[in-house]
Write a protein that binds this ligand. Structure first.
Ligand SMILES: Cc1cc2nc3c(=O)[nH]c(=O)nc-3n(C[C@H](O)[C@H](O)[C@H](O)COP(=O)(O)OP(=O)(O)OC[C@H]3O[C@@H](n4cnc5c(N)ncnc54)[C@H](O)[C@@H]3O)c2cc1C
Length: 499
């Protein structure tokens, strides 16, 4: 399906060897680029006159990165400005993260956030800035309409995550690639954009290299969209053009907990816990470091939505504390501690009434072991109940009738505030993003244009934006790509009309 794109790289091409970007241009014909002898410390380079070079009078948009943001933005700009030459440079395979996303199903967006303010709150980096026009311009509903209009049947799962009905990310890739092809977007793979600078006439001088060959190509572009995800090369391009980079750190990971007894519970899920992340050196109260959501025990720690959200909101603090901290979990968030104590005491009292004439009949009940029953209000599995008893040093063989009220109070306290020592970070295979990148304060969010450099745009994860799991990260890519594509497309049409 990518032949039309790849064919661009295979065409016999003319190479122009240049000294820098100026003068001394030698032209000859050849099929493959070759290395050029260097003169002193300065290096010659080869420029491929490929189809990336616009015809006279034609403007060029160069998109760095063929990910979700780059391809979506390229399609949008080309749709608005059919005369604009739009070339996407992708160093590896296009849409490779889409392919592996959502466990191969691609969680395209989230369908449970019709309110843009609530939507904005799903972004640990971006929540303040996204309260404005960003999602209003192109939100999750627009994304869903876009894919539906282009033939993709989508489904919204109970928790709001949106997937293609096929449950295959290939459906999304096929849709984007065929739309790119139909609209005339060109894609060159296997090339890395290694540097970018501005020219005297306000254009971009861009250097492309192939890793495997001693090959350098120079292109001059009128518009540049950097949609390079979390790649270091993309950050370098941004800094070369005057932008700053907030240090990239991982987001969306699980917590490593060294607790062999907990590891025995691997696979146990809790539908609703309230968890609070405490980190040394953080004095201020950060409301987002307390989350209510399901939790999962893994063989090496804790995971599930509650942990992933905390990892995202705490990404920067966790990075500076070397991923060490304390996670305090309330396993019965809907039950006040006094109600929990009462439930435990009530449960005990069933086995206590030795004065009853029937007591002899129920002697087996009086011999009920603490391990074998617990109040139904707890809604936990027996394995976990044992874990709690073990942590309190209570032998499971102890009888309910003989357990002291003080022990019951400490069990209640532990269920409400169970501390786990976080020793490091794990991986979350379904999704992984990077916090950090180009600060949002350096771009205009209504155009995605740089505040530093005209005709320079950013979209997607290259920016200091990341969302929690649930389709929010792709939504950032679609929205940013769409807005950037719209701005460039409109500008290109306008400039053509007034030329
Ligand atoms: C395993 C995994 C699963 C995920 N699942 C989901 C999910 O289900 N839902 C969700 O919302 N989010 C998910 N995400 C997050 C989501 O994939 C990213 O947020 C999203 O892909 C960002 O899009 P982007 O276009 O900004 O960057 P990317 O998708 O990373 O694309 C950037 C592209 O630019 C290329 N590139 C970089 N630098 C250069 C250069 N100098 N020259 C040429 N090419 C370059 C890269 O090769 C890459 O292809 C997942 C992430 C991972 C890792």
């Amino acid at each position: 399906m990518f032949e039309f794109f790849h064919s661009m790289n295979l065409l016999p091409q003319r190479f122009i060897f240049r000294f820098g970007f100026a003068s001394q241009t030698l032209t000859f014909k050849g099929k493959y680029p070759c290395s050029i002898p260097s003169h002193g410390r300065r290096k010659f380079s080869a420029t491929t006159l490929s189809s990336a070079t616009p015809k006279s009078g034609e403007e060029l948009l160069l998109v760095v990165g063929g990910g979700a943001a780059g391809i979506y933005g390229a399609i949008r700009s080309k749709t608005l400005a059919p005369n604009l030459k739009v070339v996407v440079i992708e160093k590896a395979k296009p849409l490779s993260k889409v392919k592996i996303s959502g466990g191969g199903r691609c969680n395209v967006t989230n369908g449970h956030c019709p309110d843009n303010k609530i939507l904005a709150e799903q972004y640990p980096r971006g929540h303040r800035e996204f309260k404005g026009s960003f999602f209003h311009t192109h939100g999750p509903m627009d994304t869903m309409s876009w894919f539906s209009d282009h033939g993709v049947v989508l489904k919204i799962e109970e928790d709001g995550r949106v997937f293609p009905a096929s449950d295959s990310s290939s459906t999304i890739i096929d849709c984007l690639m065929s739309e790119a092809k139909r609209s005339g977007v060109l894609l060159q793979t296997g090339k890395v954009v290694t540097s970018a600078s501005s020219t005297a006439d306000g254009k971009f001088a861009i250097k492309l290299e192939k890793r495997s060959l001693d090959y350098v190509e120079h292109v001059e572009a009128d518009y540049l969209l950097i949609a390079s995800g979390s790649s270091k090369q993309g950050y370098n391009l941004a800094t070369q053009l005057g932008h700053s980079i907030l240090e990239p750190v991982p987001s969306l990971f699980t917590f490593k907990i060294d607790d062999l007894k907990l590891a025995e519970l691997s696979g146990v899920t809790f539908p609703k816990v309230k968890a609070k992340l405490q980190l040394e050196g953080i004095q201020k109260k950060i409301p987002q470091l307390t989350q209510v959501a399901p939790m999962l025990v893994t063989h090496w720690g804790l995971s599930g939505p509650v942990v992933l959200r905390l990892s995202a909101w705490g990404a920067r603090y966790l990075s500076s504390s070397d991923y060490k901290g304390t996670l305090c979990v309330d396993f019965t968030p809907d039950l006040h501690i006094e109600d929990l104590k009462s439930a435990l005491t009530r449960h005990k009292s069933q086995f206590l009434d030795l004065t009853s004439p029937l007591s002899l009949l129920f002697s087996s009940m009086q011999r009920q072991k603490v391990l074998n029953s617990y109040p139904s209000e707890l809604a936990v599995v027996k394995r976990f109940w044992k874990y709690i008893l073990d942590r309190e040093g209570i032998c499971g063989d102890m009888l309910w009738s003989s357990i002291s009220n003080n022990l019951l109070i400490s069990v209640a306290a532990l269920l409400k505030d169970c501390a786990f020592s976080v020793k490091g970070k794990g991986q979350f295979k379904d999704e992984f993003v990077t916090a950090g990148g180009v600060p949002l304060s350096e771009i205009y969010l209504d155009t995605m244009g740089s505040r530093i450099h005209p005709h320079l745009y950013f979209a997607g994860e290259v920016l200091n934006v990341d969302g929690i799991t649930g389709g929010f990260n792709f939504q950032n890519a679609w929205t940013g790509g769409y807005i950037a594509g719209t701005s460039i497309g409109n500008l290109a049409v306008h400039e053509r009309v007034y030329q």
